[in-house]
Ligand binder design. Sequence first.
Ligand SMILES: NC(=O)C1=CN([C@@H]2O[C@H](COP(=O)(O)OP(=O)(O)OC[C@H]3O[C@@H](n4cnc5c(N)ncnc54)[C@H](OP(=O)(O)O)[C@@H]3O)[C@@H](O)[C@H]2O)C=CC1
Ligand SMILES: O=C(O)[C@@H]1CCC=N1
Length: 281
Amino acid sequence: MTDASPPVRRLALLGAGVMGETVLSGLIRAGWEPGSVVATDRRPERAAELEAAYGITMTSNVEAVRGAETVLLVVKPQDMSGLLADIAPALAPSTLVVSMAAGVDTETLEGGLPSGQPVVRVMPNTPAQVDEGMAAISAGSSATTDHLDRVRDILSATGRVAVVPERYLDAVTAISGSGPAYLFFVVEAMIEAGVHLGLPRDVSTELVVQTMLGSAKLLRESGEHPAILRERVTSPGGTTAAALRELEDHKVRAAFLTAMEAARDRSQALAASARQQRTGA
Ligand SMILES: NC(=O)C1=CN([C@@H]2O[C@H](COP(=O)(O)OP(=O)(O)OC[C@H]3O[C@@H](n4cnc5c(N)ncnc54)[C@H](OP(=O)(O)O)[C@@H]3O)[C@@H](O)[C@H]2O)C=CC1
Ligand SMILES: O=C(O)[C@@H]1CCC=N1
């Protein structure tokens, strides 16, 4: 007798854009069989590109979630309610639904899914592309510690994972979710400054990128407070003190605070509009 039931797909990844491909490529690097992952995207040319790059099957959202142990939602917050409506009827009750969307809270996700569906919300970041990601995860009302462990296993292939209360996730989004963009912005500004000071662009780029990498490594490996490490660079009456004074005069520290408040507020606004989309209010 042949077994006509479909093979168990361990993971269905819906929305294979920047963050979706980041997770997908990490799983393949970590040794996941391409046959254990299916993915979807709206654009056929994008689907063909990912099929060729990773040897996975690209399919429709409804097909992808059938038989999946875990469904990973990696679409923009604005696309979430439509996606939930599409997949809800095809989900098995035991399937774990994991969302990476900024702002969309577990209550809203659960509201768009069958009652009792386990849900975990994640805020990842793009350094997962080089296995140095930072992700924070929070359980929805029906998710167990086993579900959290499963998500931790998936994400720890590409970096660190912290379990946090969901009320922290808007702040997490502002700090580590969006964080790589602020650091790239600083790097960009320093490279331009080097060019302004007369350095060839390639030399300036190498100096800045290695300084960023070395400083991050020093912070991690020394375990010292950043203020201590900064003081060690700052000779009395020297060059660093002259530069830091300009940064303080230009209120760069205060600008970081207001920038991250703005990111937190935006995450909360996305949450409100996702709630509104769901309830139609
Ligand atoms: N980029 C980042 O650094 C981070 C992103 N996130 C979160 O990840 C999510 C995705 O972001 P990101 O990858 O940057 O965005 P992208 O736009 O790059 O990726 C989203 C992908 O999903 C596709 N898509 C949209 N709707 C559907 C659907 N119904 N079915 C299948 N595919 C669909 C989009 O197609 P199309 O191009 O046609 O719209 C697009 O390819 C967001 O919710 C974001 O908040 C979280 C942390 C960090
Ligand atoms: O900018 C955004 O909305 C997403 C969430 C965190 C990083 N990128």
